[in-house]
Ligand binder design. Structure first.
Ligand SMILES: Cc1cc2nc3c(=O)[nH]c(=O)nc-3n(C[C@H](O)[C@H](O)[C@H](O)COP(=O)(O)OP(=O)(O)OC[C@H]3O[C@@H](n4cnc5c(N)ncnc54)[C@H](O)[C@@H]3O)c2cc1C
Length: 603
């Protein structure tokens, strides 16, 4: 949370904090492993640790079981081959690399895809209740840009079913959770992490977590955009920003996935703006039409049509709207009414229910949709064999991490990443035998200075509320670093960001630390950091690839077969790039075999 003036002295060597900096009181909790985030990634990590006899504490900003993961709808990928026996993990890996335009970390891709068939069976054994085929196998549906039916699902509430399953499993193992606690700072000297500072959002008290190891599983940052598919108060960049401030590198930030089909606010009400219409609608045969009644994907992708990759479909919709063929509400139509009504009700129950509550029967009428910021492929740079960052004892997992998805993500691969990598991190940490630690003196002083800065933030009595600055930040990101980008727009975005930084000097935070204003003020600091990274990354990447599209560099360039990295330096963000390594021979063979879905049998 350094944006608002936390002193930058070397935390370990600095003398005891001065009297002014002393917060009144705080609770201290020592734990071998602190897991920050109670979504699928955090839960799965803690389960693996507990299974191996290691104690951890899972901390989340919301109530127990209420993480962003519950919003995942369409499904989770794993090459079980239930319906398409030719499928296997190497083809899943090849599809993931193709969709990621080969910027993915091949180790990450293999780690996840190889683990997934067993991970799905395990979730099923633990009670996830996946949809079945007539033969009793785990059923699998089409999802965009995949060669085979590989997406397992629980109706269209897959994320909720998976998180419920993981939470029950965690409870059965006696894993402790702390709910409604917001981590604001990691305790780090840049080389090693020692714990974290937090605020208990129920009573406003400070908490000092002392930990031998810290795992960040705090989600992504798609809520940096005006229209986004996540909740307003989740995906606010906490995880990547915390790790970055602690000394970890950020990577691939410029790759923001815009899901083609978000609900249109002007039609359904602002509270629904950007909310996702699951890809499963297109997986089950949904068709896109512009306001002239034209099935426009025939022009953009005659073979794959609506099931082409998310970036292709999202750009096509954005283009239709830009060129005046959108609806009066700046959307297009998504129609699944040609399918049997009972089938639609069975396969897409939440969508049927949600639109019915808004007076629309999707078995009869189309939905109005437009692209929405949905997923952030970038995040913290980790070693995919362990989850380790460059900061000793700091690990990252789930949507906070970068690497599996490259320049674009296959739908169904992020839930896969959470459980596959949570298992790897838990297994690795258990081998390192974490123990209950004590805090070095200098770190206690650092923690107290952090609390002092939070005190000051809570007392800020200027004129601008945090929600106003967040709204302005979201508008800036939509305009400067949306689906279609160019140098002038990105530079304008950086200058707006500079202005937003200046306006934080006049912040007004009403209420106490249990009030929303305080939480938003902390979120704003995380969001400013990641917004800068997106803009700088997008400006540096002088090509178009996957989800990153620039009108001034329309083609991909082999010069940019590289990841863009940012590290916190003395004068701000320091950029570097790194070449991508080659996949293994097994995956290379699958790539060369050129598997492809026959999209026409979806018609
Ligand atoms: C609408 C929607 C539909 C989706 N559908 C699919 C799908 O069908 N298939 C698929 O594979 N993926 C899907 N995704 C993506 C997928 O849901 C996420 O990538 C995945 O759930 C992320 O899990 P996670 O555990 O990494 O993070 P999250 O589930 O976001 O959990 C983050 C946790 O961190 C906590 N946290 C955050 N900040 C702090 C802080 N400062 N202090 C303390 N705790 C903090 C939060 O409270 C939460 O507990 C979808 C996403 C959305 C938005």
């Amino acid at each position: 949370m350094t944006q608002y003036g936390l002193p930058d002295e070397d935390p370990v060597d600095s003398p005891t904090a001065d009297a002014r900096a002393q917060p009144s009181e705080y609770e201290t909790v020592a734990v071998p492993v602190l897991v920050i985030g109670a979504g699928a990634a955090g839960a799965r990590t803690a389960i693996e640790l507990a299974d191996r006899g290691v104690e951890s504490l899972v901390v989340g900003k919301r109530d127990h079981g209420d993480a962003h993961t519950t919003w995942a709808a369409g499904g989770i990928n794993g090459a079980l081959g239930s319906l398409d026996p030719e499928d296997d993990w190497t083809i899943h890996a090849a599809d993931t690399l193709n969709e990621g335009h080969f910027l993915n970390d091949p180790v990450a891709v293999e780690t996840v895809t190889k683990a997934m068939p067993d991970q799905l069976r395990e979730l099923d054994d633990w009670g996830a209740d996946f949809d079945r085929t007539d033969d009793g196998e785990i059923n699998q549906r089409y999802f965009g840009a995949q060669s085979f039916r590989r997406t397992a699902f629980v109706g269209d509430r897959t994320g909720e079913a998976i998180l419920d399953t993981l939470v029950s499993k965690a409870q059965s193992l006696g894993i402790p959770y702390r709910d409604n606690v917001m981590i604001t700072d990691l305790l780090s000297d840049g080389d090693r992490v020692y714990g974290a500072v937090a605020v208990d959002l129920t009573d406003g008290e400070f908490v000092l977590f002392v930990a031998d190891y810290v795992v960040v599983a705090a989600g992504g940052f798609s809520a940096l955009y005006e229209r986004h598919s996540s909740r307003d108060d989740e995906n606010t960049a906490d995880g990547p920003a915390l790790a970055y401030e602690a000394g970890a590198d950020l990577m691939d930030l410029e790759f923001v996935q815009f899901h083609p089909t978000g609900m249109v606010g002007d039609r359904y009400g602002e509270e629904w703006s950007g909310r996702l219409v699951t890809e499963a609608v297109r997986g089950e045969g949904g068709r896109l039409f512009n306001a002239d009644g034209e099935r426009f994907m025939e022009r953009y992708s005659p073979d794959q049509m609506e099931l082409d990759a998310r970036d292709v479909v999202a750009r096509a919709i954005a283009q239709e709207i830009r060129e005046g063929r959108g609806t009066e509400n700046e959307g297009v139509y998504l129609d699944v009414s040609h399918r049997d009504a009972d089938y639609v009700r069975e396969r897409l129950p939440s969508m049927v229910e949600r639109f019915a509550s808004l007076g629309v029967d999707i078995t009869e009428d189309p939905m109005e949709v437009a692209p929405t910021a949905h997923y952030t492929m970038g995040g913290v740079d980790i070693d995919w064999t362990t989850g380790a960052t460059r900061v000793d004892r700091l690990y990252v997992v789930g949507e906070s991490a970068a690497g599996v998805h490259g320049a674009n993500r296959l739908g169904g691969n992020s839930l896969a990443e959470t459980v596959a990598m949570g298992t790897v991190v838990g297994e690795h940490l258990a081998d390192r035998a974490p123990r209950s630690p004590t805090l070095p003196d200098g770190m206690a002083a650092y923690a107290e200075r952090a609390m002092h800065a939070l005190n000051e933030l809570g007392d800020a009595d200027g004129t601008v509320r945090p929600a106003t600055l967040i709204a302005d930040l979201r508008e800036c990101m939509a305009q400067s670093a949306g689906i279609i980008r160019d140098e002038a727009g990105l530079r304008a975005g950086l200058s707006t960001l500079q202005n937003l930084h200046e306006r934080t000097g006049d912040l007004r935070v009403e209420g106490d630390r249990t009030d929303q204003d305080f939480e938003l003020a902390v979120d704003l600091s995380f969001m400013l950091t990641l917004a800068e990274g997106i803009l700088r990354g997008a400006l540096a990447r002088e090509e178009s690839r996957g989800a990153h599209y620039r009108t001034d560099f329309e083609a991909p360039s082999s010069d940019w077969d590289r990841n863009v990295l940012f590290r916190r330096g003395d004068t701000g963000m320091e950029r570097d790039t790194r070449g991508v390594s080659a996949p293994s021979s097994e995956v290379q063979a699958a790539l060369e075999a050129g598997y492809e879905l026959d999209y026409h049998h979806l018609e």
